[in-house]
Design a protein around this ligand. Sequence first.
Ligand SMILES: [Fe+2]
Length: 299
Amino acid sequence: MFTLAHISDVHLGPLPKLTFLELLSKRITGYVNWHRNRGKHLFGNTLERLLEEIVKAHPSHLAITGDLVNLAADVEMDAAAQWLHAFHQPRDVSVVPGNHDAYVPGALDRAIQLWKPWMSGDEPRDDGHLFPYLRVRDNIALIGISTATATPPFMASGFFGPNQARRFERLLRETSARGFFRVVMIHHPPIRGATSNYKRMIGIRRFHAAMHMDGAELVLHGHTHLNTTYWIEGRTGRVPVVGIAAGSQSFGGKKPPAAYNLFHIGGERGRWTLRRERFGLGSDNETFARETEDMLLGA
Ligand SMILES: [Fe+2]
């Protein structure tokens, strides 16, 4: 049995004091918004509590589907790298970037530079691209996609372009031939209508086409800060697409409080089983309790 933990949108805080020059960019809108809304309900020790719970569960691997930071200032990117180092083994933690990690032009390059050990495949790709990356643990293929791209103010969209889609299709085909259980990690939900227009992923149709050709067994995403399950058509059946609340959200905000999923993967090629347990933060802002337990695949 392989247990995969999933968290997302940890938005490590608190927000740094930015210089005037750093604010002369898209960051100014984010900074104002953050002080108006997000700062009130994110942070505290929620994320620390959540990670303590996950450590107690001894998962085989942890997937983090993006938005490690807020405005992608250098000091935040460095802090996120230090936070990742606390996990000790990059081989046990896989990260994909979110729109906040690419908040302004150049930020994604910096994220890649600093976070690469957690955000790259077992082998360098032979075409020189970083995404999608492939990691294989037991019979589980972990495929990391990047939809992160700098956008104009008030936009939070993601981009899944034709070149990455082609590489993704090839990877799905290869990992299918090798008989792996395939987990796709992506920040933006590849589902039409899952977010408002200004936050959507461009390239949803491309993603669906790839899934329809070669399938996968599970898709994990963040971005919406919601606990959701959608289904999309794969080659041999429906594929669960699961989103999770923000990892640092305290109880009592507009969005659901912090949560994590544990996916228990068993069985073998053609007969996979997938059981999901979701744990959420309670009104005491301290304890996590199981909210959902269900079979997503198999009996
Ligand atoms: Fe996001």
